[in-house]
Design a protein around this ligand. Sequence first.
Ligand code: NAG
Ligand code: NAG
Ligand code: NAG
Ligand code: NAG
Ligand code: NAG
Ligand code: NAG
Ligand code: NAG
Length: 885
Amino acid sequence: MGRTVVQITLIGLLLALASTLPNKDDWDIYSFHINSTVTSRYATTVITSRVANRMNESKEIEFHVRIPKNAFISKFRMFIDGQVYDGVVKAKEQAQQQYTEAVSRGESAGLVSSVGRTLEEFKTSVTVAAHKKVTFELTYEELMKRTHGKYELQIHARPMQPVRDFKVDVHIHEEAGISFIDVKGGLSTKALANAITKTHADKQAWVYFYPTVDQQKMCDSCGDQGMNGDLVIVYDVNRDNGLGHIKKSDGYFVHHFAPSDLPRIPKNVVFVIDQSGSMHGRKIEQTRIALVHILNDLAEDDYFGLITFDGNIFHWKQELVQANSKNLESAKNFARNIQDRGSTDINEAVLQGARMLNEHNREGSASILILLTDGDPTSGVTNLEKIQSNVRQAIAGKFPLYCLGFGFDVDFNFLEKMSLQNNGVARRIYEDSDADLQLKGFYEEVATPLLTDVTMIYVGGTNLTQTNFSHYYNGSEIVVAGEITDNNIETFTPQVVAISSNRRIIFSNPNETVESTGTVSDDHIQRVWAYLTVKQLLDKELQLSGPEKDEVKKEALELSLKYSFVTPLTSMVVTKPPGENTDVLHKPKEGETSQRRQFTGVRAKPVSGRGMLKFHHAPVKPPRFRGAVQKNARVPKLRVKSLDPSSHFPQATHAPAPPVPVSTVLPTTINVPWPTDVPLLHRFLINTKNQTVPLCFDVSGSLQLKLLHHPSEELFVNGELDSVVNGGFNSIFIHFQTDHHVEIDSRGVTVREGQTVAHHTGQDTITAGSVTVVVHNNKIHVTAGKMRLVILVHEKNGNKFLWPVLRKHRSADDSEGLLAVKPAVYEVVQQVPVTKLKIKNQETDVTSDSATDYSSDPPVTKNCWLMSADSALQRPLADFSVAQL
Ligand SMILES: *[C@@H]1O[C@H](CO)[C@@H](O)[C@H](O)[C@H]1NC(C)=O
Ligand SMILES: *[C@@H]1O[C@H](CO)[C@@H](O)[C@H](O)[C@H]1NC(C)=O
Ligand SMILES: *[C@@H]1O[C@H](CO)[C@@H](O)[C@H](O)[C@H]1NC(C)=O
Ligand SMILES: *[C@@H]1O[C@H](CO)[C@@H](O)[C@H](O)[C@H]1NC(C)=O
Ligand SMILES: *[C@@H]1O[C@H](CO)[C@@H](O)[C@H](O)[C@H]1NC(C)=O
Ligand SMILES: *[C@@H]1O[C@H](CO)[C@@H](O)[C@H](O)[C@H]1NC(C)=O
Ligand SMILES: *[C@@H]1O[C@H](CO)[C@@H](O)[C@H](O)[C@H]1NC(C)=O
């Protein structure tokens, strides 16, 4: 019966949402052009969208596009009724201030947010009078990065409706000559094949994509709303295998260096693989698969090592061994048998890896350390700065460290900083069906070292971007830009010194022919220099602290402003016709793709989103189920677990539910049949400090519980136990600082910031101030200040319920709640006739029982000592109840 009530309210909500959807015929995008010009691997793309308001009243019209994460927006303008409204790039703080004022006047902010692996979303809107038109024009710039021997220009086309005049024009001009060009991506399919024209001349190439309205509905990811997909232009340039290609213009130069006719250098590689409990399921499986592939790719003169770690370190072999077939077979066996377990001791694992490489000093080889992890350090040294300084000391600049962060629970910032400090890079591995291919793809980028200790020297050059590189890999490219002192081309002499196998080689071109773009004033190369300099300063800033950091930040900010780049330090302020909101657009920070992104707010007004509607007015609150609750509903027994807050990362797992039966993965667990006819009880688990069997207790009814209260951080997390569906919680509320509220139930997420409300049902990301919510598969990641919480959405017999897992929070004396319960310390003082445990000098009768640990995904069943809630919690259960979520 309770179920029926729920469904009715749900439909009510859907109706309420539907009524705010804009009428599809209100406005018409009659023209949509994407024009991308690539010169010397620097792409400048202009998106122009022309929209008409067909109604006889004014309408809010939205501009909503996706651009590559790597790009900087450099220009945005709107043309309305003969007027131009230019976006202005300002220092973020300054824009923020302006925005805050705008908010107090009841105005809204626009956003740039990251979507998926490679794209960011740009959104703004403007009110257009009856029968008037608006033109939106967005420009972004990016330096293409060569990987796997090619450049990829990604163009995302999603105009949100079929457009009569839809065009993508790409023009590539490379002085070195274009060796090949291909068109790929989801839009380059059969149905659209004849809409694509590709022309390839020696130094230039053109790609035109002009699909008809009918074709725009035909591609795989397209429909009535038109196209939604990528066009990826893949190309490479000819290589002379010497010094490479140098282009100069207006006193600036850019040097592309990518020789490929060199012998490969044998490598020494150590893989440090996280096998902590959180890797459980598909992640560890994909890691095994990728490792076996990677091992297969090692060359016979490579040496390698394999370390797996959780709270302990496991060496396949203590020393590096040669990659001969015998060793590889044995290593593959080891890899196939990696099991997830335990906590995460990143410090010791990386130090061991560094030790192995340091002990294996081989002339004429290239050493590489690769760390794969999916979580924060939880055992051994857990202080992030301490780990970083230990690692830096152990590596001492001798070889690069590459960090691969698997999934959303990693502290990517930490990994990125650690890699950058050791001449490497960090990569995110997305938890998806192709994670093994991502791992393999990354490995292939570093699989073939051709040079080590590369020093790029430019006599007569100044203000150079990075000039020293520890390794150069086949298929990649080194790019250096700078100024030519006094624009004196006579004295400008580029040279590259590097080690190839055992030889020191010098690349130079005695009869230098530096290509010059002539006398026409052209700031193109200067922009390349600025782009690269800003990117590198942002990386540098990440590694520094104190006044040095401020200095670098200041420099990056000045350049961003000078070249009008929207970087993590700047914002674009979009002014609109009088009486309208000012939008402030922020770029999410590098490496903070989805967890710590910031932008200043969510829109307060219903936004016409062509079926993309995400936000609605504040007073609409999702219905709550309390009225539908039956106190004694006969619902199966529930088991819930409380976490150890003293460790940042409980051993909870959070992989997507794999099809692996739990009992085959964890031989110590037992499967308990799901009881079908017991009163509704929620069973909680309490971890123990040094015993093997956890405690458990039951709570009946649909209590509202205090999960985590942290008054000094202004953080409050409450949950309501479900009494309709047979799981953990039906809703979880998070209140952060005075005006940030997140409400989560199994159907979606609602974020409030002041009077602004964003409701959210898909796989997506929303941010309000320092609160970020990422919905990814069956997980909802919430970051609020220093707290990271993952809410697992479990499904049992078709019913969904929520299960909170605390990943990180600042432990403080004033933290309270079920998630803050300390692990139990107990002793078994008597076995027969009844088992008695002694907890804090109090003896309690217990029975041996079992509980499902829902902090695991999939849940696992554990043995536990069952006792009353009050004994288990060492205080009355009533202390944990709250009157209001
Ligand atoms: C594309 O942009 C380039 C450079 O701004 C310009 O020369 C060209 O005319 C544009 N092409 C189209 C089709 O708009
Ligand atoms: C707008 O159109 C409606 C019907 O299409 C009409 O009733 C109304 O008078 C029009 N309003 C104006 C301002 O023209
Ligand atoms: C480097 O890559 C090129 C093609 O991209 C290939 O022809 C060459 O053999 C590679 N070099 C080595 C040492 O693998
Ligand atoms: C470039 O270098 C010169 C000195 O060599 C310095 O005066 C100037 O400020 C630098 N320009 C930038 C933009 O850093
Ligand atoms: C680059 O390497 C050269 C030679 O190895 C060294 O002299 C120079 O100091 C390095 N420069 C930087 C900026 O690290
Ligand atoms: C440099 O010039 C000399 C003669 O002028 C020529 O023989 C040689 O091939 C040239 N070298 C390069 C790398 O162009
Ligand atoms: C658990 O820890 C307590 C206090 O730290 C200690 O007294 C007890 O002996 C330990 N028990 C086991 C089994 O290690």
